[in-house]
Write a protein that binds this ligand. Structure first.
Ligand SMILES: Cc1cc2nc3c(=O)[nH]c(=O)nc-3n(C[C@H](O)[C@H](O)[C@H](O)COP(=O)(O)OP(=O)(O)OC[C@H]3O[C@@H](n4cnc5c(N)ncnc54)[C@H](O)[C@@H]3O)c2cc1C
Length: 391
């Protein structure tokens, strides 16, 4: 095992000095002998205690966004340094494996102010991952003794953070963030615009920052931005990340009666779970106040009946299928409409086929709450980073 990095060390000290945040860490120290090292026991205790995790998350954000620290890291870059673009799961895997193989800590450039990539799109849990929560090392799908959400080298694994059948995005995000705190120097709000160079030297152009030199660049920018993000307006038509941001806030479904989902992938399925109330519980939301009556799901790739759903769809998303069945009075909350749709955003409404995708329950709520169709379509393939003109 490894010694904690300076960032992890200062995080442990800061948490232990706060009585309200350190209860989980102190409790877990009683079971220290069951962990590989005291460091793992302390980090697991912090992660399992909501107050401890909250404080740890804030400390990491403050550390990564500290401008003097960012400046001094960027000043020391050179051709002996590895730079990773993006701070998601793959950045964390690469950083951990490289450092544990004896290489220096890589520099991670993250365009947003939040480290952790797709799983960290919200600080609160908003969606479940799609592979089962199992202890153990990495393995192949179908291997009952292997964990598919295993992050090699991580200080703690996501399987140590809950007993739930499926992990939440924020559990995985916390593991990714701790891994980067241990094995990388991260600079946030650093968007890479272009990369150019040859085998011995690479120049990295960033938005509003000086050009950086590196010996090797790892492109870990993920799958790309949501397809059709140009038609999303964030209010009546939302991309999946925008919708998840909404689900992380207070009363996310307030006033909504009828909604639409467009697309068939995991993002669309997670959006359906949020509308049906089978996703992680949102903050301050209650079925008595804010449940959605009708969900129209536009996809020509999904089953339209409960029986077909049970046969065709993987276990993780089986619970959705029962809402495709009419209740005893013949009403169905969820309908799959076997066609593609392109919503049109108007002020205060989203239209599909010329009719509103959203109806609000109360006139007052309609004015206040103008939500809409969720675009759960696949992501665009990330374009190659352009070289700089003239090189
Ligand atoms: C609903 C859902 C469920 C999923 N379930 C699972 C699961 O169970 N198991 C699993 O393994 N995977 C799952 N995935 C897929 C998983 O999210 C991705 O495989 C994983 O996040 C990819 O990691 P990444 O590091 O490649 O990219 P990302 O996590 O997308 O991170 C890329 C990072 O790069 C940054 N970036 C982009 N461009 C730039 C730039 N120019 N300059 C600087 N930074 C930049 C972005 O801001 C982002 O932080 C799921 C995805 C979804 C949507």
């Amino acid at each position: 095992m490894f010694e904690p990095s300076a960032q992890i060390d200062s995080l442990l000290t800061a948490v232990s000095l706060r009585q309200s945040a350190s209860a989980g860490m102190r409790a877990m120290m009683q079971r220290q002998a069951e962990f590989p090292t005291p460091l793992v026991a302390r980090l697991t205790g912090i992660a399992l205690d909501p107050n401890g995790r909250d404080v740890a998350d804030q400390l990491m954000d403050a550390y990564w966004s500290d401008e003097p620290r960012q400046d001094s890291i960027l000043d020391t870059s050179g051709t002996d340094r590895e730079v990773i673009i993006g701070s998601g799961f793959h950045a964390a895997v690469y950083a951990a494996v490289r450092v544990l193989s004896g290489h220096p800590r890589p520099l991670v450039l993250e365009r947003s102010d939040r480290v952790g990539g797709a799983f960290a799109m919200t600080t609160r849990p908003t969606f479940y991952l799609n592979s089962r929560n199992r202890a153990g090392n990495a393995g192949l799908a179908g291997d009952q003794r292997a964990s598919l959400n295993y992050l090699p080298g991580a200080p703690i694994q996501a399987s140590a953070l809950s007993m739930a059948e499926y992990q939440t995005n924020s559990d995985m995000a916390f593991v990714i963030r701790l891994t980067l705190a241990q094995f990388a120097d991260v600079v946030t709000n650093a968007e890479v615009l272009s990369v150019s160079g040859d085998r011995s030297e690479v120049e990295i152009d960033m938005d509003s920052r000086t050009t950086l030199l590196a010996g090797l660049v790892i492109d870990a920018r993920g799958l790309g931005d949501p397809d059709d993000h140009d038609i999303a307006n964030g209010e009546t038509i939302l991309t999946f990340p925008q919708f998840m941001q909404r689900m992380a806030g207070m009363w996310p479904l307030r006033g909504l009666r009828r909604v639409a989902i467009v697309g068939s992938g995991d993002s669309a399925k997670c959006a359906a779970e949020s509308f049906l109330g089978i996703a992680p519980q949102p903050l301050m939301a209650a079925a008595a106040l804010d449940s959605v009556d009708q969900i129209d799901w536009y996809s020509d790739e999904l089953p339209t009946s409960c029986d077909e759903w049970q046969q065709d769809i993987r276990g993780r998303y089986q619970a959705i299928g029962r809402y495709l069945r009419p209740d005893r009075l013949g009403a169905r909350r969820l309908s799959v409409l076997s066609r593609r749709a392109r919503p049109v955003g108007l002020p205060g409404a989203a239209l599909i086929d010329g009719r509103p995708a959203v109806e609000s329950r109360h006139p007052r709520a309609r004015r206040r709450d103008r939500s809409a169709a969720v675009e759960g379509r696949p992501r665009q393939r990330r374009p190659p980073l352009p070289g700089r003109p003239g090189r």
